[in-house]
Design a protein around this ligand. Structure first.
Ligand code: FAD
Length: 500
């Protein structure tokens, strides 16, 4: 049986109902209110895959605590450049979210963003030296001006008592703290955004799987749809398609046949977190405490002990414990990885397998870790933790990008990458990090690549929504402070600008 989507044609089709599609939809609705937009999501609700709060760590990534964004060079120096870029990107997200809240387009910010100080925490002489150097490299920059540093057990205990209590007082430790850090429930934000879209004329279709995509004779795209409950099939034509399918993006991009998709592959990393919902324990920790990654660990596997706010409830999260599964989506199939192999990406994939033996060894070690060993890892951050207070939960899948490399044949990339068809009629997002926190600048990049002509005309509207758009805040300290204060007020966060 075949059905046609409620509307047989849309100017824009968004595939997937995660934070990326929802953010892109929110931009387009405001930039071009008359365009027709349809969103198709295979699950029952929006934001249930990687954007779900328990499938990710909910860190508002601003490089305030993540040491992998500013690693030490061979000579021990720390280059702050990447950390500055990531923080600037997060400021854009804050500004866009503030704009939506200020204009009553989405609901109360407490439902999706809360102040949770960001800390880095290290043990031992070498790591302490590194952390101090990193602090000195970042502190002079306006976006890091509130950062504090300490090697004193008593001071660190004031910031985060659980990480010090029960620790050998002679152990060499050090920490930094940025009071303006945030915890973000990206699932709740996705729901807010899709509700806004649905209330403003966007056709939202849940339980619709996009199963195929092919070039239409007019240069647009014909999409085939499946309604999994009844097995019915349907179709829709679109002028522009965004493949915002998260881990499912690679298959659809390959199906589109655009030359820009050639050579890309995916390497899925799964994971688990420990979660503690005991209110008495959660009340003792108010921070996201990020440490150093183990040897061979991918950058996003840095251990961290986090305060989380989900549905108004405070709890703790520790992890991730990396794992391996061939699924590209948590609700995907074990065949996802094998079915993604193409003649065009087999060489990059083999090259990555050969060159990343330390990652393979790390994953094998993680996969065989017993429950007791997982508790031991937790105790490095929370010495008095009791295993019984924590439950293991399965996190979302991260599909890392494998791509061609002229020297090595193929490389594994831990960031995100916007892929755009040359004629601008299709765009997609591959990769997973820094992820949802930078959905706003990533979707602006996608708009720029896929709508180059319209983009020029959108500049003033973008500037109205995000006053810091196009400005390097690192070079504009007064504006940086003003926007920090303004967005903190709109998003009901604690502001650090008032005291600096
Ligand atoms: C363990 C882990 C920890 C993370 N921690 C953080 C963090 O602390 N901070 C941060 O900023 N980011 C973090 N991330 C990254 C962040 O979660 C992702 O970057 C972000 O959620 C991706 O959003 P998305 O919309 O691209 O994908 P998703 O949220 O996965 O949405 C894609 C949607 O597409 C749907 N879909 C797929 N295929 C189809 C199809 N064929 N037809 C219709 N629908 C389809 C899926 O069902 C899904 O709902 C983390 C990710 C993981 C896995």
């Amino acid at each position: 049986m075949t059905f046609i989507s409620k509307t047989p044609h849309a100017d824009v089709v968004l595939i997937g109902g995660g934070i990326m599609s929802a953010t892109l939809g929110a931009f387009l609705k405001q930039l071009e209110p008359d365009w027709t937009i349809s969103l198709f999501e295979r699950l029952d609700q929006p934001g249930l895959e990687s954007s779900d709060p328990w499938n990710n760590a909910g860190t508002g990534h601003a490089a305030l605590c993540e040491l992998n964004y500013s690693p030490a060079a061979k000579d021990g120096t720390v280059n702050p450049a990447k950390a500055l870029v990531i923080n600037e990107q997060f400021q854009l997200s804050r500004q866009f979210w503030s704009h939506l809240v200020d204009n009553n387009l989405i609901g109360t910010p407490k439902g999706f963003i809360n102040t949770v100080p960001h800390m880095s925490f290290v043990i031992g002489e070498d790591h302490t030296r590194f952390l101090k150097t990193r602090y000195e490299a970042l502190k002079p920059h306006p976006l890091f001006r509130s950062m504090e540093y300490s090697e004193d057990h008593a001071q660190i205990a004031k910031w985060a008592p659980l990480i010090v209590k029960g620790r050998d007082p002679k152990q060499r430790i050090a920490a930094t703290r940025a009071a303006e850090g945030t915890d973000v429930d990206f699932g709740a934000l996705t729901r807010e955004l899709t509700t806004y879209l649905g209330n403003n004329g966007v056709e939202i279709n849940y339980r619709h799987d996009v199963t195929g995509i092919s070039r239409a004779s007019d240069g647009g795209w014909d999409l085939t749809l499946k309604y999994p409950r009844s097995g019915e099939h349907g179709k829709i034509h679109a002028k522009f398609v965004f493949v915002g399918a998260g881990g499912g993006a690679l298959h659809l991009l390959q199906a589109s046949g655009i030359p820009e998709s050639k050579g890309y592959g995916g390497f899925p990393v799964s994971g688990q977190f420990f979660r503690c919902t005991d209110e008495a324990i959660a009340a003792q920790h108010s921070a996201k405490v990020y440490g150093q990654a183990s040897v061979g660990a991918p950058p996003m596997s840095v251990p961290h002990l986090d305060t989380r706010y989900v549905n108004g409830k405070r709890s703790l999260l520790f992890g991730p414990y990396a794992g391996f599964s061939t699924n590209f989506l948590k609700n995907g199939s074990y065949l996802d990885l094998p079915l993604s192999i193409r003649p065009g990406n087999i060489i990059p994939m083999l090259a990555v397998a050969k060159d990343n033996m330390d990652l393979t060894a790390y994953l094998v070690k993680e996969v065989v870790k017993k429950h007791g060993q997982k508790v031991e890892a937790l105790r490095e951050y929370y010495p008095e933790a009791k295993g019984g207070d924590w439950e293991l939960i399965t996190a979302g899948q991260r599909v890392q990008i494998i791509k061609k490399d002229p020297q090595k044949g193929g490389i594994l990339q831990f960031g995100t990458e916007v892929i755009a068809g040359r004629d601008g009629s299709i765009g997609a997002l591959l990769g997973a990090s820094p992820g949802a926190s930078t959905a706003v600048p990533i979707m602006i990049e996608l708009l720029q690549k896929t709508f180059p002509k319209n983009f020029k005309g959108w500049q003033s509207k973008l500037k109205d929504m995000m006053p810091g758009y196009g400005v390097k805040l690192d070079e504009s300290p007064d504006l940086a402070a003003e926007l920090e204060r303004a967005t903190a007020k709109s998003l009901q966060l604690e502001s650090v600008s008032a005291s600096h």
